[in-house]
Design a protein around this ligand. Structure first.
Ligand SMILES: Cc1ncc(C[n+]2csc(CCOP(=O)(O)OP(=O)(O)O)c2C)c(N)n1
Ligand SMILES: [Mg+2]
Length: 681
């Protein structure tokens, strides 16, 4: 939408002024990147970006991701100037408590911010997830003459994002998936925090991206709005590749003494330099004062209104032609589960309960997934090259593929919905975040639990962003056996439980696994991790499956093993160790020692229960013994008198040998309980 009457220099300088003044006022922040990318932003935001400041959630808006999130003042300035609900008072409150302008952009806090960025490399990876979601939704929902899903995903990224390994994972997949509506603009300023990047970042970035199968445009002068505009135009014409536009820029552009230096990166320019910069830019206005005509040039509300109205009309026509599809699209984008979700859960749980099968919990997960993926077309599965081990695929989820021209391959008229992410755990996790943020799909995917460390920061980001992303982590302990300590999780369950806002499940059998899935799916604003066994787990008979939803429950009272006495101790166990607890309970019963077994598939869910329930499950007067094939640390908070765990690394050997070696035996649990009870005497 070029408009020759706009004063593009003033538009860019408004961003520069707001950035340097807000950073100065906060006495903290990053002025250099917003000042350097101001002209790129004018090209994209005033000539291409299809958005509506008054409707930041409009389903078919272009997505914009600021992957170099330290440039937060760039997006805040843009949102303010184009007319989002972000008044100048918020710009003045940059980086202050409870403002809408936090240090780095955060989704859910600032209208118009699509994802939380700051951890470099993840924003561009989220953008890949968004572009993937767009491509799949367009394939699923658009019909001849009805393009209701048709938007671009734009990302700004810098040297830092490109140095991060995850950018390799993301870019490789974007190339493989031929995400032609992903357009990334690289702020090629040759500077990062330590100075000129040349000694540590000498990649040939254009060649690198060409090798991934990207369309590379430029280098262009990133301060020439028309040149960047033209490059975006070119990018939009490419229909079978994502595009990287290399924009040569000067960090801190406009500041006579700081431009092109690392000094511009992460500290206020200072009063004197700001004054000089104002003179150099020819920007005579006071701090936080933007002339009306500049606001008018930036204002995107009228255009946005038009775009949304057009789309509403198109959607109305679609709704008339395809009422069911339209309703389904609306439901999916709202993140609402199908009306029969509760029924599906009941069926899946009842089936598990009735069959009472002895299977590995990873298999139990796949059995549950057969129900859920059949009933929930929004479920988008995947695995980091371990599909046959993670068992994330089902009959309803053929592999996702694109053809030579970049079109999504259809199976029975639908896109595949199990993704081979390749060996890219971190990329997979951050792509899932992008998919969830885009809307329309519930992403889930698997790898071995040990490799959750590779994904960890993206899991944390999902929790921070309150996104429904489900991680399937199989091979959850020494129980995986011969692969040895490199593959055996020891500290992972405990360390995942430390992430605030993440639900962690380690189910003991088919019913617990199915319930875990149902809760993970229903948790619209929370990610979940399901920790699943490689080895078979016998079914743990139970009266009622509903109690599982509380995270922990009384699985077996002494009466279950023929004792009329009240329990004198509680054994708490999770996952594969629940069986061990039950065996110990039976052995103790032979010694006339009555104990209760509590299965605690989710400590995080249990921790949220009312105190009364917690006291019911873990009465104050009974000593507690926890059993879990993992580090003991997390268990002390439950007031345990003893923990049967493993505080070293595992070993290479068959699972049975390992459990014995590390003390996960009935005898040891019995001995531990007895010791605790004697200590109590
Ligand atoms: C994963 C991660 N590591 C480190 C940082 C800290 N950090 C913030 S910006 C930056 C340098 C980024 O360089 P570049 O993208 O070129 O930004 P510019 O200096 O050009 O604005 C670093 C190391 C971070 N935000 N995220
Ligand atoms: Mg840089």
């Amino acid at each position: 939408m070029p408009n020759s009457t706009k004063n593009i220099t003033a538009m860019a300088n408004a961003i520069r002024a707001l950035a340097m003044d807000a950073v100065q006022q906060a006495n903290s922040g990053h002025p250099g990147a917003p000042m350097g990318m101001a002209d790129m932003a004018v090209a994209l935001w005033s000539r291409h970006l299809r958005h509506h400041p008054a409707q930041p959630q409009w389903a078919d808006r272009d997505r914009f991701v600021l992957s170099n999130g330290h440039a937060s003042m760039l997006i805040y300035a843009l949102l303010h100037l184009t007319g989002y609900d972000l008044p100048i008072s918020e710009i003045k409150a940059f980086r202050q408590m409870h403002s809408k302008t936090p240090g780095h952009p955060e989704v859910g806090i600032t209208p118009g911010v699509e994802t939380t960025t700051g951890p470099l490399g993840q924003g561009i990876t989220n953008a890949v997830g968004m572009a993937l979601a767009e491509k799949m939704l367009a394939t699923e929902f658009n019909r001849e003459g009805h393009r209701v899903v048709d938007h671009h995903t734009y990302a700004f990224l810098g040297d830092g994002c490109l140095m991060e390994g995850i950018s390799h994972e993301a870019a490789a997949l974007a190339g493989a998936w031929k995400l032609s509506k992903l357009i990334a603009l690289y702020d090629d300023n040759g500077i990062s925090i330590d100075g000129q990047v040349a000694p540590w970042f000498v990649d040939d970035t254009p060649k690198r991206f060409e090798a991934y199968g990207w369309n590379v445009v430029g280098p262009v002068d990133g301060h020439d709005v028309d040149a960047v505009d033209g490059a975006i135009e070119k990018a939009k014409m490419c229909t079978d590749k994502p595009t990287l536009i290399v924009c040569k820029t000067a960090i801190g552009k406009g500041s006579p003494n700081r431009a092109n230096t690392a000094k511009a990166h992460g500290e206020p320019l200072g009063g004197d330099e700001i004054k000089l910069t104002r003179e150099t830019l020819g920007w005579p206005h006071d701090a936080f004062v933007i002339p009306e005509e500049v606001y008018a040039d930036w204002n995107a509300k009228a255009d946005g209104e038009q775009l949304v109205n057009d789309w509403n009309q198109r959607f109305a026509a679609y709704k008339t032609a395809y009422p069911e599809l339209a309703a389904e699209f609306t439901r999916r984008m709202a993140g609402e589960l199908p009306a029969n979700f509760a029924e599906i859960c009941v069926q899946a749980v009842a089936s598990a309960h009735d069959k009472a099968e002895t299977v590995a919990s990873r298999k139990a997960s796949q059995i549950a997934l057969e129900f859920f993926t059949a009933g929930l077309p929004e479920m988008l599965g995947g695995s980091a090259d371990l599909t046959g081990s993670n068992l994330t695929n089902t009959k309803s989820t053929p592999a996702f593929r694109v053809d030579e021209d970049g079109a999504v391959v259809l199976t029975d008229g639908k896109p595949g919905r199990h993704i081979n992410y390749g060996v890219r755990e971190f990329g997979m996790a951050a792509i899932m975040n992008g998919v969830a943020l885009h809307g329309g799909y519930i992403p889930y995917a698997g790898t071995f639990l040990t490799f959750s460390d590779y994904s960890r920061n993206a899991i944390r980001m999902a929790a921070l962003m309150k996104q429904r992303v489900i991680h399937v982590f199989t091979h959850d302990s020494i129980g995986l056996g011969e692969d040895g300590p490199t593959h055996q999780s020891v500290e992972h369950a405990a360390s995942l439980r430390l992430i605030p806002g993440l639900d962690v499940w380690r189910p003991a059998d088919t019913t617990e696994t199915t319930v875990a899935w149902s809760i993970a799916l229903a948790n619209k604003n929370r990610p979940s991790a399901l920790l699943l066994s490689r080895q078979n787990l016998p079914y743990a008979p139970k009266q009622d499956a509903d109690v599982i939803t509380q995270g922990a429950y009384i699985l077996a009272e002494p009466s279950e093993v023929g004792l009329k006495k009240k329990a004198v101790a509680v054994i708490i166990a999770t996952g594969s160790e629940v069986q061990l607890a039950l065996h110990a309970q039976a052995e103790l019963a032979k010694l006339a020692i009555p104990v209760r077994v509590v299965s605690m598939p989710s400590t995080t869910v249990f921790d949220r229960q009312p105190v009364a329930y917690k006291k019911e499950v873990l009465p104050a007067n009974l000593p507690r013994i926890a059993v879990e094939a993992g580090v003991t640390d997390g268990w002390w908070k439950y007031g345990c008198a003893a923990v049967v765990g493993i505080d070293t690394y595992g070993e290479s050997a068959p699972a049975g040998v390992l459990f014995k070696h590390f003390g996960f035996t009935t005898d040891n649990v019995v001995a531990t309980v007895r010791k605790v009870l004697q200590l109590k005497k």
